[in-house]
Design a binder for this molecule. Structure first.
Ligand SMILES: Cc1ncc(COP(=O)(O)O)c(C=O)c1O
Length: 388
């Protein structure tokens, strides 16, 4: 039964997830939740924290040892220099990080320029603070690149910040280093903040180089950067993320964090120290698996004759469904009902540019192939019925 035409955003996704649960053989190629187990040394650290320290509050900004580890991580991986004492706040996952970031920087009536489509919680957070989303459209034909020229044209007197998410979700579009330089210069010229989301920074492919705006001259003082362990260490349920940025803005973030949730779970914080300081091989093995799975998904889409933006990063592909004539919600529902495969409709991320499906590669290869095979059958029947 088609019930989704009126739903959009997060409500639509939860509706589809609940439908998928009713099929015992459902294959989920929509949700951004890695199939891997959290590496055992991280679980051991959590267990020890539970036994030895788990019953106490931590400072709202997180335990100092974790903040020091995060400061080292962002220096080594992202080239961002921060003071662990004053410029790092540990959060409940990337979700709280991005919400606090928006809350701390955007006032009612102020505008934030965002590449569109984007991760829908940014819009939710902006709506909450009374901010205005100024979308800059991106398209499959140039791999969902957002250009400095587009952003320049979108700047108005009310612009407060530019959102840079690279790799982006749901499009997997990336921002090349030369463009990051241009965005930082643009932000400096117009005295704007940059809100950077680096959650997929370790997942870039084909020799693409991730570049964090806060690592560039003139970048750090105007940039808040969020990240989380969720995707990189298969820890979505552990709820551990962070924000780093200049001391004045971080003081405000810290105040909000204290008022809203207080310190993040001490158990997850000690686990995070182990994740970031311990062996990185499990994370690297996951990354290798994503490289292989990405190929499998792209080959299957080629066989289906579907166009997509080449994902140079992230854990998903955004495929163009224009030729089917269906809305993305209708098509996702049809594939789910006919073949029990859950893919996410573009309308959950952008109503204006909704003619896409997001497919993640977060299933073991065998299951991924089975899901894609079923999706091929669904697409064949859909395209066949169009040509009859
Ligand atoms: C771009 C982006 N930022 C933030 C988040 C939230 O991260 P977390 O799962 O750690 O709350 C996600 C989750 O999918 C995301 O894709």
């Amino acid at each position: 039964m088609a019930t989704n035409n009126r739903k959009h955003g997060t409500a639509l996704l939860y509706d589809l997830i609940s439908q998928a649960r009713s099929f015992p053989d459902a294959i989920v190629l929509g949700r951004g939740d890695p199939d891997f187990d959290t590496p055992p040394h991280i679980i051991d650290a959590a267990e020890m924290a539970m036994r030895e320290r788990g019953n106490h509050y931590t400072p709202p900004e997180g335990i100092l040892s974790l903040r020091q580890v995060i400061a080292r991580r962002v220096k080594e991986v992202n080239g961002i220099e921060v003071d662990a004492a004053t410029e790092v706040v540990v959060t409940n996952g990337g979700q709280e990080a991005l919400f606090l970031m928006v809350l701390a920087t955007i006032a009612s009536g102020e505008e934030m320029i965002v590449p569109e489509p984007n991760y829908n919680t940014y819009n939710d957070a902006l709506t909450f603070v009374g901010g205005i989303q100024v979308p800059v459209p991106t398209y499959a034909r140039n791999d969902f690149r957002v250009t400095p020229e587009q952003v320049r044209e979108a700047i108005s007197e009310r612009t407060r910040a530019v959102l840079l998410v690279s790799p982006n979700n749901p499009t997997a579009g990336v921002i090349p280093p030369a463009d990051v330089h241009a965005f930082v210069r643009l932000a400096a010229d117009h005295d704007l903040l940059i809100l950077a989301d680096d959650i997929y920074d370790l997942f870039v492919y084909d020799d693409f180089e991730h570049c964090s705006p806060a690592s560039l001259p003139g970048g750090k003082e105007r940039t808040l950067t969020v990240n989380a362990l969720s995707k990189a260490y298969a820890m979505t349920g552990w709820r551990l993320g962070w924000i780093v940025g200049p001391e004045d803005l971080m003081a405000h973030v810290k105040q909000l964090k204290a008022a809203i949730t207080g310190g993040t779970s001490i158990i997850s914080q000690y686990a995070a120290v182990a994740a970031l300081e311990g062996p990185q091989e499990p994370m690297l093995a996951m990354r290798e698996a994503y490289v292989r799975r990405r190929r499998i998904v792209l080959d299957a889409l080629d066989e289906m004759g579907m166009r997509y933006g080449l994902p140079k990063g992230g854990q998903f592909v955004y495929a163009d469904i224009t030729p089917t004539g269906y809305s993305s919600a209708e098509l996702a529902e049809k594939i789910l009902q006919e073949q029990h495969v859950l893919v996410y409709p573009g309308s959950a991320f952008s109503e204006a540019r909704e003619q896409y499906l997001r497919m993640t590669f977060l299933q073991p290869e065998e299951k991924l192939r089975e899901g894609l095979q079923r999706m091929k059958l669904a697409m064949k029947s859909i395209m066949g019925s169009l040509t009859r």
